[in-house]
Design a protein around this ligand. Structure first.
Ligand code: GLC
Length: 583
């Protein structure tokens, strides 16, 4: 039997609170439920409304559909949901192009439907986080329309980044920036008098003009939008492209191709459109607004910023509460890298008193069950097409389950993406003619884009569109395999991925795994991630075996959760994670 020697290599208190005796603690038992900083340890489930549940049979998910299925999430055991945008939009980027921040798009329902959703969530004790898209609006937003009509030099244009072009007749873009979705980041407008005119900046699609955050009116408007939703009762905001709002003075040239939301270019230099120091003032202002409201409302940054201590600047005590941990998401299924990602994140966040977050999947990346099943030489492709190397589906699922069991054992807050609780794979053979991601169009079909992770969920096998809509309409077709993954097929079935998630979330809550300390355990092979958690509730040993050889557990250890079967000698086999209580 392997001897486990515990060495305190790393331990992290997760809260800035210092008790009278000088100890630092992550929880204060005297706090009531309403006052608790719930987000420090919450599991937050991302709902992508287009693809969650369709109540009216038009093939696009909607808010009443979400409301009707919230009990699935309460039953799953998550603490909160985050809804991707449901605001008025022409859907050039699936709703991340907002034309009216204070209303619901008819395809998703009405404001009354949003209120009903909030009420039902409250009834089920689920918190609700909504998406806020401040870097850009839709080109159909009234401000942008007014800017086009008002012409150069008008106050209407100062809300966006309009500039004269270079070249003799202004026929060249004002600088060399590229759009994240491919092609130039500038589009030239036709002026009201019919002549070719100024250019406007769009870091994403041409239908997503960037706002100019040096304009006080833009700042005031977003304070007001925050208040609008805070007063309707939301518990927080996920802030889209939080690292992009402020651009370097003078918009200096930057010739590099943009990786999809990669905050660096590999040269170590910070690109002039990302992570500029002045962006933090904006979030200090927002924090002040949130702090006017009770109930511990929160902000989470979508900021593709490295290294971790640079990202931690977004979660300093007077800024946001959390930031997505994309360094963790992009770490391959390899033990040394995972250990390093855990340590660096815990350490950078501890320095500013913020919780770490953990995430494996979202609506912008290949689902982790598929990522981990790809051949090792294939690195993080931007979507997968039928002719590309295909994943090993069973291997990906086995690793995906192990990865989730590992993630949910970490201290801090975790994010789940809809469908991962079913073990859903990416749709890797979508026909090109159904693709909708602007990245696909702006790369002229050169990259597949993100549609493969956005396919509507299977609820009940044997029903039209596997129960996603009553008519069988489905805005992206589901692969045949989705019938096998339907929620109804897995509910109550021992060993199913849905039941694994439910067990993990239940234990995580009762053991209070989101709180407390983490200590890596010595004595295991290098390709094993093993740590001991000391939570306010109990000690838990977590072992994730990423190697080939089975791994022994210490004498008397009682296994509480296992992402796969142990071998006949009670050892943890390859690509399995367990949680155990020491003997
Ligand atoms: C964020 C969203 C992504 C969107 C982009 C532009 O990265 O997650 O889906 O396309 O911002 O708004």
């Amino acid at each position: 039997m392997l001897q486990v020697s515990v060495a305190i290599r790393f331990s992290t208190p997760l809260s800035p609170r210092v008790r009278d005796d000088g100890a630092v603690t992550n929880s204060d038992p005297s706090e009531g439920e309403a006052d608790r900083e719930w987000w420090r340890s919450a599991v937050i489930y991302q709902i992508y409304p287009r693809s969650f549940a369709d109540s009216d049979g038009d093939g696009v998910g909607d808010l009443p559909g979400v409301t009707s299925r919230l009990s699935h999430l309460a039953d799953l055991g998550v603490d909160a949901v985050w809804l991707s945008p449901f605001y008025v939009s022409r859907m050039a980027d699936a709703g991340y192009d907002v034309a009216d921040y204070r209303d619901v798009d008819p395809v998703f329902g009405t404001l009354a439907d949003a209120d009903d959703l909030l009420a039902e969530a409250k009834r089920l004790s689920l918190r609700v986080v909504v998406d806020l898209v401040p870097n850009h609006t839709s080109d159909e937003h009234e401000w942008f329309r007014a800017a086009l009509t008002a012409g150069p030099g008008s106050p209407e244009r100062t809300r966006y980044l309009f500039r004269d072009g270079r070249g003799e007749h202004g026929e060249l873009p004002p600088n060399t920036w590229r759009s994240v979705f491919g092609g130039p980041a500038w589009t030239r407008v036709v002026e009201p008098d019919g002549t070719p005119g100024q250019w406007y900046l769009h870091l994403f699609d041409a239908k997503q003009p960037d706002l100019d955050w040096t304009d006080p009116e833009v700042r005031e408007e977003f304070h007001d939008v925050l208040r609008f939703w805070l007063e309707r009762g939301v518990d927080g905001f996920r802030v889209d492209v939080a690292h992009g709002l402020v651009k370097a003075d003078g918009l200096p040239d930057w010739d590099h191709e943009q990786e999809l939301l990669d905050g660096s270019d590999g040269t170590g230099q910070r690109p002039p459109m990302w992570d500029q120091d002045d962006v933090h003032d904006i979030y200090r202002g927002w924090r002040t607004v949130l702090d006017e409201y009770d109930g511990n409302r929160m902000l989470v940054a979508e900021a593709w910023v490295e290294p971790p201590d640079r990202l931690a600047r977004y979660v300093r005590p007077d800024e946001m509460h959390q930031a997505f941990n994309f360094a963790y998401l992009t770490t391959p299924w390899q033990a040394p890298g995972l250990r390093e990602a855990v340590v660096s994140s815990l350490s950078a966040n501890r320095d500013v008193g913020a919780p770490s977050t953990w995430v494996l999947s979202n609506h912008d990346v290949i689902r982790h069950t598929t990522r981990f099943g790809l051949p090792p030489e294939v690195r993080a492709p931007n979507g997968i097409r039928a002719g590309d190397p295909q994943p090993d589906e069973p291997l990906g699922l086995r690793r995906g389950r192990a990865a989730t069991a590992l993630m949910l054992a970490l201290p801090g807050s975790a994010y789940l993406y809809q469908g991962e609780e079913l073990g859903l794979p990416e749709h890797t053979t979508l026909p090109d003619e159904v693709r909708q991601d602007p990245a696909w169009f702006r790369h002229d079909g050169g990259v597949a884009g993100r549609d493969g992770c956005r396919v509507p969920l299977p609820w009940e096998a044997g029903r039209p569109a596997n129960g996603f809509s009553s008519t069988g309409e489905c805005w992206l077709p589901q692969p045949e395999s989705f019938a096998r993954y339907a929620a109804g097929v897995q509910r109550g079935v021992e060993g199913s991925t849905l039941e694994l998630y439910r067990s993990a979330l239940g234990l995580r809550r009762s053991f209070r795994m989101g709180e407390g300390e983490l200590t890596f355990v010595d004595g295991y092979p290098d390709d094993v991630v093993a740590f001991r958690r000391q939570t306010p509730e109990r000690a838990v040993l977590v072992v994730a075996n990423l190697g080939i050889e089975p791994v022994d557990l210490p004498e008397g250890a009682r296994v509480q959760l296992a992402s796969g079967d142990l071998d006949h000698r009670g050892r943890v086999p390859c690509d399995v994670t367990i949680w155990a209580c020491p003997g």
